[in-house]
Design a protein around this ligand. Structure first.
Ligand code: CA
Length: 243
């Protein structure tokens, strides 16, 4: 059930890239390798990684400039980036963090340190992965037991609805476009239409019953899960009819 986080390793030195790849695979990660900015961009477009390990010095576009670009793009802006820098390059580290990197690690580094840093950025960027239980108003979801309750009543959700709700609950009160939900919930969405999101939101609302009104449609923008509506849930269920 637990998936192996995918790490995109962008490193032009094949021996270093291989060494990192082997160690990460050993440490419980899946890896994808890219030797330059062009192939890195291609890999990122193919599948969203959970974390990016980005070498500072690359042929062509530098790691710094890549990090800056990725931070600007909706699809990649929240992926944790760990920069690899040369020893003692203090100004580089600062520039890397300014460009949107989450952390940096100085070469040469130990495998243990690298793994620890990767786990740390994953935890910081994705608190939902670390904490199994999330609550919004009276709605509670436990990812470890796959149970969802509203006002202590258990709800039955399909796997996609569960995943969708989990994402909305861990990013509550924010509006999510259909395409960003496809990215975050479905992952690689090249062959999935945006209408798919509407279908699953509809099913999710039905499964949530009274709490279905917590998922708001934001006209022309997407969907939002809000706890404000949870207060309305004290009203009879009939009040939600016709929604
Ligand atoms: Ca390099």
């Amino acid at each position: 059930m637990k998936h192996r986080p995918l790490v995109l390793i962008v490193e032009d030195e094949p021996s270093i890239a291989e060494l990192i790849a082997v160690n990460l695979q050993h440490g419980g990660f899946d890896v994808v390798l890219a030797q330059d900015s062009v192939s890195a961009q291609r890999e990122l477009e193919a599948v969203l990684p959970d974390v990016i390990l980005l070498d500072w010095m690359l042929p062509g576009q530098s790691g710094l400039s890549l990090a800056r670009n990725w931070r600007k793009q909706e699809r990649s802006k929240s992926i944790p980036i760990l920069m690899l820098t040369a020893r003692g390059d203090e100004p580089d580290k600062v520039a890397g963090l300014d460009a949107g990197a989450d952390d940096y690690i100085t070469k040469p580094f130990s495998t243990q340190e690298l793994l620890a840093r990767i786990r740390a950025v994953l935890r910081r960027r994705a608190p939902e992965a670390a904490s199994d239980r999330v609550a919004v108003g009276a709605l509670v979801l436990d990812a470890s037991t796959h149970r969802t309750t509203f006002q202590a009543q258990e709800l039955k959700l399909g796997p996609t609805e569960f995943k969708l709700l989990h994402y909305l609950m861990t990013h509550a009160e924010r509006v999510h476009s259909r395409s960003s939900l496809l990215d975050k919930v479905w992952g690689d969405h090249v062959f999935i239409e945006e209408r798919t999101v509407d279908v699953h939101v509809k099913r999710l609302r039905e499964s949530l019953g009274v709490a279905g009104c917590m998922i708001e449609t934001v006209r022309g923008a997407g969907y939002r899960l809000t706890s404000n509506a949870a207060m309305l849930s004290a009203r009879p269920a009939a009040a939600n009819a016709g929604a």
